[in-house]
Ligand binder design. Structure first.
Ligand SMILES: [Zn+2]
Length: 387
């Protein structure tokens, strides 16, 4: 018997289906990529291995290392900005912390994957309709949480308006399984927190490739997985001498990702072939509820980015990352420095010189410093003057 998980044509769930296909291929399952994924129903051993694999990803993906100030030992802490906090009180610490599918004990996880991916499909009549995937399901529907779909509104009217005018909607077992495992996927991200660990600036950006053809999405993401390096704050590292640095918002993150791809992928003829031109930028801010926001980035002209890369090799780390905002009195303004990096990165990615040039205006009595004149000349020449 074949199992087919059909594409949703939605950035979140299609990335989740691709991730499930990737996990299955890792287990040696033969996956066909057509409008979703198709494979032979999993046997007991394969189900067991899939649960083990998912279980094994929870800690490395959802925790980060932090040094204990008193003892100096390294502790693993939960990435608390993620909307995955549990309401269940039972089980060991892991299952107590996490909600939904990820918070279930392995035996219960296996029960879920068995009823979705094996030939033990329930005989019950499919009488309920899922409000996310619109498919009939024999299972009970559950209230959609941000763990299932990050932009779900958590029943707050003020955060409403993503998929319907209702304050809440309900999803099926498959949607909930896919939504939760997507948090374990290797997706470019940066977690920004100021030096003092101030909550007010504790936020994260994730970049999801938006590619309609799921097979192409799979090829692109396999390439992406090769270039990402997991660190506490990000999986895209920008080197400044010996120091590791990270971007602080979505556009700088995308530009530094492109840099990493150019550096790590061998034999590139045209950057157009390896750069994806549509992305969904997910912003998550830690607060009493996790506030999420989406921005779609449609790159208008990959060729223009390619030209800049040919000339400057690393436009982000060699130019943008080195800049900072300095007041006329000489003090450094960190917020404005971040904003300037955002303007320059966005200008290059969106092929918009006006946005780029804004970083050079005097604002709040601050000027842009740290710019290499030579690099800037090269950039402007290749971007604006060369044919
Ligand atoms: Zn569904």
């Amino acid at each position: 018997m074949e199992v087919k998980v059909e594409q949703y044509h939605d950035w979140w769930f299609d990335n989740a289906i691709e991730f499930l296909g990737h996990l299955l291929e890792e287990l040696g399952v033969n996956v066909e990529w057509r409008d979703g994924i198709v494979f032979d129903a999993l046997n007991d051993e394969q189900l067991e291995m899939l649960v083990e694999r998912i279980e094994g990803l929870i800690e490395p993906k959802l925790k980060y290392p932090r040094e204990n100030e008193e003892t100096g030992s390294i502790e693993k802490r939960w990435r608390v900005y993620l909307p995955l906090t549990a309401s269940n009180k039972h089980g060991s610490y892991k299952f107590k912390y996490l909600s939904g599918f990820l918070g279930k004990e392995p035996t219960l996880k296996k029960r879920v994957v068995t009823s979705l991916l094996s030939d033990l499909i329930t005989e019950k009549k499919k009488e309920k309709i899922c409000e996310i995937c619109s498919r009939p399901t024999p299972f009970d529907l559950e209230e959609t949480t941000q763990g299932v779909y990050p932009v779900a509104n958590n029943n707050l009217k003020s955060l409403n308006g993503v998929r319907s005018m209702k304050t809440s909607f309900k999803n099926c077992l498959l949607c909930s399984f896919l939504g939760y495992i997507e948090w374990l996927d290797n997706i470019p991200f940066v977690w920004y927190m100021d030096v003092k660990g101030n909550n007010k600036t504790d936020y994260t950006y994730y970049l999801y490739p938006k590619i309609e053809n799921i097979q192409e999405l799979h090829i692109f993401k396999e390439m992406l997985r090769e270039v990402l390096t997991e660190r506490k704050y990000s999986n895209i590292v920008v080197m400044r001498g010996e120091r590791e640095r990270y971007a602080s918002e979505g556009y700088s993150l995308l530009l530094s990702l492109f840099e990493n791809m150019v550096r790590n992928i061998k034999d590139i003829e045209r950057l157009e072939d390896i750069f994806c031109d549509r992305w969904i930028c997910l912003f998550i801010e830690k607060g009493r509820v996790r506030y999420t926001n989406l921005e779609e980035i449609k790159i208008p002209n990959i060729k223009s980015i390619e030209k800049i890369f040919r000339k400057l090799r690393k436009p982000y780390s060699n130019l943008i990352d080195k800049t900072f905002a300095k007041s006329l009195k000489g003090d450094i303004d960190n917020d404005l420095s971040r904003e300037n990096k955002y303007l320059m990165s966005k200008g290059i990615i969106m092929d918009d010189f006006k946005v780029f040039a804004k970083a050079f205006q005097i604002r709040q009595n601050c000027i842009l410093a740290g710019v290499s004149k030579d690099m800037l000349d090269k950039l402007i020449y290749s971007w604006r003057c060369e044919e």
